[in-house]
Design a protein around this ligand. Structure first.
Ligand code: M6R
Length: 366
């Protein structure tokens, strides 16, 4: 049932205020001062002491893992590696005593992720799952875990599962930090408050759909597209590019904006749309200077920026506003316009957004 929407992808994009809330509901105390992750209670001592955390996933789930890397390193001061499960399983990874593996998977059935955790388990690692489908194969292999509670996701392009994964991984990161003593109570409570405000900010981001649709009309004939972001928003740039390529078949690449000069800037000409995720965070000035570099080479910049950022609005070809939020929480809001942009461009191109060619919802074979 598409619930009155034209496609599952659109329905699932619009479900996000609710699904994000489902992911944190019952896990944040009513007074907003603490988090309880029932599924992690037994392994919390190991997480707090972990010399290293390795996050495994594929596709969008790997992107959620990258967001978690920034969170865990910032707040928990634990070294993190994020690995493609397909690479990890065939390498000879070094797993030391106490290392913790977090496997991220919507379906819980991805063959590479399943094989990777089986291997790490044999090597003695503690395995934690962050999965959406209850009772699926990956959760059955893990020692502990947290379900993402996004509900059934039918669109092949993952949308609500991604924001649910990021929500859960954010709760995990700040709770590990709290138990470890690497975050102070006030910062902890600020972050909890920010999480509680996400559903409303996502609603505001969704309200820009008409604007996004009109922008999509200008860029639907693009052959290539570049997505740029920094810090917490670098994985969001990767995710935006993946969404566009999956559903519209436009070749798109996500890049850390600072890497532009090291190659991709050679692609910039007056045919290239460059989507720059540029809210007013710590990296704002740097991203703005990357945008100027693109503009100087006649690239078309579509900026995802904060409401009221007149300076940047003047500089770019098109912009999509998002509400401002704490940088650590910003992926949850900034990804919304990128999902809608991919959706509308794909529709304009006559693509089957729910069932893109060559793709399966869950990749249960190598
Ligand atoms: O079910 P999983 O999260 O393990 O799936 C991983 C990838 O196959 C998946 O995220 C894929 O990249 C999606 N089509 C992305 O939209």
């Amino acid at each position: 049932d598409k619930g009155g929407y034209e496609h599952y992808m659109l329905k699932e994009i619009y479900e996000q205020p609710t699904t994000i809330e489902q992911s944190f509901k019952g896990r944040i105390a009513v007074d907003g001062k603490s988090i309880v992750l029932g599924g992690l209670i037994d392994v919390m001592p190991q997480l707090v002491k972990a010399p290293r955390i390795i996050i495994l996933g594929c596709g969008t789930s790997w992107h959620a893992g990258l967001v978690a890397e920034y969170l865990i390193e910032t707040y928990c001061r634990i070294p993190v590696e994020v690995e493609y499960a397909s690479e990890f399983r065939y390498r000879t990874p070094v797993i030391n005593k106490g290392d913790v593996i977090i496997a991220v998977s919507q379906s819980g059935e991805t063959a590479d992720t399943l094989a990777a955790i089986k291997k790490a388990k044999e090597d003695g690692a503690i395995i934690i799952g962050v999965c959406n489908v209850v009772g699926s194969s990956i959760p059955r292999e893990t020692h502990a875990g947290v379900y993402t509670h996004a509900g059934v996701e039918i669109g092949v392009a993952s949308t609500k599962a991604f924001t649910a994964q990021v929500t859960v991984l954010t709760l995990m990161a700040i709770q590990i930090a709290k138990e470890k003593g690497s975050i102070d109570q006030s910062e902890y409570e600020i972050l909890i408050q920010e999480i509680l405000e996400v559903p409303n900010k996502v609603r505001v981001a969704l309200s820009k759909e008409d604007k996004i649709k009109s922008i999509s009309d200008k860029y639907s004939d693009a052959v290539n597209a570049l997505y740029l972001g920094r810090g917490y928003l670098f994985p969001v740039a990767l995710e935006g590019a993946l969404k566009l390529k999956e559903v519209s078949y436009i070749h798109a690449e996500g890049y850390a904006a600072g890497e532009m000069k090291h190659g991709p800037i050679a692609l910039v000409d007056d045919n290239l749309p460059v989507v720059a995720v540029a809210p007013k965070d710590h990296y704002y000035e740097k991203v703005v200077s990357n945008i100027q570099e693109v503009k100087a080479r006649k690239g078309n910049v579509i900026a995802v920026l904060n409401e009221g950022d007149l300076n940047l609005k003047e500089m770019v070809n098109d912009f999509i506003e998002i509400p401002s939020c704490h940088p650590a929480i910003s992926p949850l809001v900034a990804v919304i316009p990128l999902q809608l942009l991919a959706y509308h461009i794909a529709l304009n191109r006559g693509c089957d957004v729910d069932q893109p060619r060559n793709l399966a919802k869950s990749v249960t074979v190598e």
